[in-house]
Design a protein around this ligand. Structure first.
Ligand SMILES: [Cu+2]
Length: 131
């Protein structure tokens, strides 16, 4: 009699522990991540393109862009004026880099491009749409 009750209590306690562990895991996933709660996208650059060349983000949020230069020469990702700040990230051929943008509160389109002479004209430009 006591033995059976003891077994039942043990199973009940194990169940509680398992449930608690699952809850903890969910919490960790929700709050964790490397992007500080903002969005994160991958962008490839090369001759002469950004892929994707059209990206979007929510006003007032943050957006991390992970660049990979799949081309044979240096490229950069430049925004002349992001809420008063100039963004300029150079990525050498075969290299990776990233930048976290503070997205402005105002909605609208913001152009980005590669500053290396001739590249923008050849197609290295795109648009960041703030929603
Ligand atoms: Cu370029």
């Amino acid at each position: 009699m006591f033995k059976r009750l003891g077994l039942f209590v043990s199973i009940a306690m194990v169940s509680i522990v398992v449930l608690a562990a699952c809850g903890g895991d969910d919490d960790g996933n929700g709050n964790g991540g490397d992007n500080g709660g903002g969005d994160s996208i991958d962008m490839e650059m090369g001759e002469m393109y950004f892929d994707p060349d059209s990206i979007s983000a929510d006003a007032g949020s943050s957006l991390t862009i992970n660049f990979e230069n799949a081309g044979n020469q240096l490229h950069d990702f430049t925004i002349d004026d992001l809420d008063g700040e100039r963004i300029h990230v150079e990525v050498a051929s075969g290299e990776e880099d990233s930048v976290t943008l503070s997205i402005p509160d105002d909605t609208g389109d913001i152009e980005f491009y590669c500053t290396i002479p001739g590249h923008r004209e050849a197609g290295m430009e795109g648009v960041l749409t703030v929603n």
